[in-house]
Design a protein around this ligand. Structure first.
Ligand code: FMN
Length: 352
């Protein structure tokens, strides 16, 4: 797979910030674009893959969240809704009703993905079963599993993944963690990539905190076959980042991000805001993903409409201040040219 790329950069799937358009623009450069399909219904997945295929014959990836069906106890839902009531009032929303569905069901999404048979598929939040991995690979799809620990990388290797996406603690957006607690799964990209390489005999993709040519060069020097960048594209022309989110990125103070589970019920990294700060003392009591995520959806939409960042998921990685605007293709090409220049300079200076 990675021999087919002329640029070893993967544009990270970013649910809520990307559409097929950025995947097409990035794949056309010879790097790899990703379609964040976790929020897509099965027919949208089939149509999305068709649209990308029609636009480029270069490799691309489709990404899903591995989720079990949920049936939360009514008391948990009532408590979560009570906590959100004053925030809804602030944005003029009526009393909350229980959503019709908590999230897209994974099984039909996965069936559509197998049918669509994209060149690559990546997964986060959990791992496939061996049978699911076999079914996908039998269709010729290259299987990438997200790991935030060495144990998770070993798990993916055992079920038959083709490559591991090592997601360091620097990364923006949701943590892919699925085996251990968050404190045990808070490993930086610099430590995670080589320790996963030592443990499993699979290509490793480095993700988390890589935002410029030097970061790309550093991750490749660590032995990654490719780098996966999300935050580096958050100011690109193709993203669907809302105005208050974009402004929060453009005006971020030093060291602006925190991990939170207040917004979605799953740990994610974003620019700190009032909601995250207020919920911090009771963070452990928040209903799990996707319950809290579904319950905060209307609130986030209303706040976006009002232009306020106070309750939004301002997902961004630790190095977000290095983000630059422009077309995604230009961002990729500049990153790669910068990385090559860094590697050349390092070789001249140190390689003897
Ligand atoms: C806004 C945003 C949304 C994200 N959504 C997804 C997603 O849908 N699926 C996924 O596997 N990873 C998602 N991620 C995580 C990325 O795949 C990747 O791990 C991360 O962006 C790398 O760190 P960086 O942001 O420092 O580049 C998201 C990241 C961001 C910033």
């Amino acid at each position: 797979m990675f021999d087919k790329l002329s640029i070893p950069i993967i544009q990270a799937p970013m649910l809520g910030a990307t559409t097929e358009a950025i995947a097409i623009a990035v794949s056309k450069t010879g790097a790899m674009g990703s379609y964040a399909a976790a929020g897509s219904a099965p027919d949208q997945i089939l149509n999305g893959v068709k649209a990308i295929r029609a636009a480029t014959d270069q490799p691309f990836a489709v990404n899903l969240f591995v989720l079990d069906p949920v049936d939360p106890p009514p008391a948990m839902v009532a408590e979560a809704m009570a906590r959100l009531a004053p925030w809804r009032e602030r944005y003029g929303l009526p009393a909350q009703s229980i959503p019709n569905s908590w999230a897209q069901a994974f099984a039909p999404q996965f069936a559509a993905l197998v049918e669509a048979a994209p060149p690559a598929a990546s997964f986060t939040f959990g791992a496939l079963t061996r049978d699911q991995a076999r079914a996908l690979k039998a269709r010729g799809t290259y299987l990438i599993g997200t790991a935030t620990t060495v144990a998770e990388a070993r798990h993916w290797a055992e079920i038959g993944a083709d490559a591991i996406c090592a997601q360091g603690i620097e990364a923006g957006g949701h943590r892919g963690t699925f085996l251990k607690s968050m404190p045990e799964s808070s490993i930086g990209t610099m430590a995670l990539v080589p320790t996963i390489r030592q443990a499993v005999n699979l290509p490793v993709i480095a993700a988390g905190g890589i935002m410029d040519g030097a970061g790309v060069a550093a991750a490749l020097a660590l032995g990654a076959v490719a780098v996966q960048l999300g935050s580096a594209f958050l100011l690109s022309e193709e993203v669907t980042v809302s105005a208050p989110w974009r402004k929060a990125i453009e005006t971020a103070p030093d060291d602006p991000t925190r991990l939170t589970r207040a917004i979605s019920g799953r740990y994610a990294r974003g620019i700190d805001n009032e909601f995250m700060a207020t919920m911090r003392p009771i963070e452990d009591e928040i209903a799990p993903y996707p319950i809290q995520n579904a319950l905060t959806q209307e609130l986030r939409a209303a706040a976006t409409k009002a232009g306020s960042p106070d309750v939004l998921s301002l997902w961004a990685g630790q190095a977000i201040k290095l983000a630059r605007p422009g077309p995604a293709a230009r961002i990729v090409e500049e990153l790669w040219a910068d990385a090559q220049a860094v590697m050349r300079r390092a070789a001249e200076k140190y390689a003897g």
